[in-house]
Structures are given as C-alpha cells and as structure tokens.
Design a binder for this molecule. Structure first.
Ligand SMILES: [Fe+2]
Length: 173
C-alpha cells in the first residue's frame, strides 16, 4: 500500500507538467479539481478521487480507457473501493449529464466536446438507469462538475503538499 509521500512524489512527476489536451498542465487541472471538491464538501475520498482522476493519462491511456485505468491505479495504491469507483465513473458522469441536460454540453470545453464522441456520446437509456442506481451516483456527478470547472489556466491553486493530510485520511478509510 502506498503512503501520502509516495503519492505526492508520483504527482510531482514532470509528466504532469504537460497539458494533455486542455489549456493547462495536467497537475494544475488535478489540483483545481481536488481543491473545488474539498471546498465544496470536505470529503477526503472524493477529494482524492478528484486529485487522481486523470492520472492514467501519464501512462499513455486513451480517452476510452483512462477512467478505468485510473481506477486500477488508485486500487493498486491502496485506496478504497469508493475512491476507485468514483475515478472509474468520471466519464460515465459526463455522458450522463450530456443525456439529461442539453445546456451541459454547451458548457463543456472544446476538448471535452471532442472527446465525448470517442467516449461513446450520451448514455443510452439502459446505461442511464444503471448509473442512477449506483451507490456512487451523486458523488460521481459532483466529481464530474468539479472536473469541468477545473480548467482555468489563470486559477492559482494551493500546493500539492496541502493535500498530504487529506491523502493520508483517504488511505485510512
Ligand atoms: Fe479531468
């Protein structure tokens, strides 16, 4: 099982300074997502899911696989099933919101609109019902909305070290 130091070391890799499709470095996107979630709910597991949700990009994962791959990475680091499931659902939540709210699609970044096609577009009715029945439905939507907002190249975030106690708490859950 990993500890907070090793996870912070992993997130400090130079690979996360690359932009990965959006107009800001991946680490800034992950820090903004985590910070928004922490400010919104103070939930260590949800915050850590936000901090790690796109980590699989650094391993060369694809649009279609990065949520599942990120979930597997979180599991290998020793995080709870809730953290892993939330990471795994962050693309499903986008496809859900596209299905239920036409205004949501308009608010997506151009990169996120483009990747939606590769990710399968809006959920089918069957997929929608299955997602709504998930124990993680509400939190997955929270994570997704923070993910969408966390793309501001001008937003200054707190440093990675601020998440040390939050990562430690999530690992103990
Ligand atoms: Fe993201």
């Amino acid at each position: 099982m990993a500890n907070a130091e090793s996870i912070i070391a992993c997130l400090s890799s130079p690979k996360l300074l690359e932009s990965y499709r959006e107009e800001l470095p991946l680490i800034d996107h992950l820090l903004q997502t985590a910070e928004l979630l922490w400010e919104d709910c103070g939930d260590p597991e949800l915050t850590v899911a936000g901090l790690l949700h796109d980590l699989a990009w650094t391993d060369g994962s694809s649009e279609t696989e990065h949520a599942a791959d990120g979930s597997a990475i979180a599991r290998s680091l020793g995080f709870s099933d809730r953290v892993c499931q939330l990471i795994g659902l962050h693309v499903t939540a986008k496809r859900y919101l596209v299905r239920i709210d036409p205004r949501y699609w308009q608010r997506l970044s151009s990169e996120s609109k483009a990747s939606l096609v590769e990710q399968g577009g809006a959920l089918t009715l069957g997929e929608l019902k299955e997602f709504e029945a998930s124990a993680y439905f509400g939190d997955a939507i929270r994570l997704r909305l923070a993910d969408d907002m966390a793309k501001d190249p001008t937003r200054i975030t707190k440093g990675l070290e601020c998440f040390y106690p939050i990562i430690t708490k999530a690992l103990l859950t």
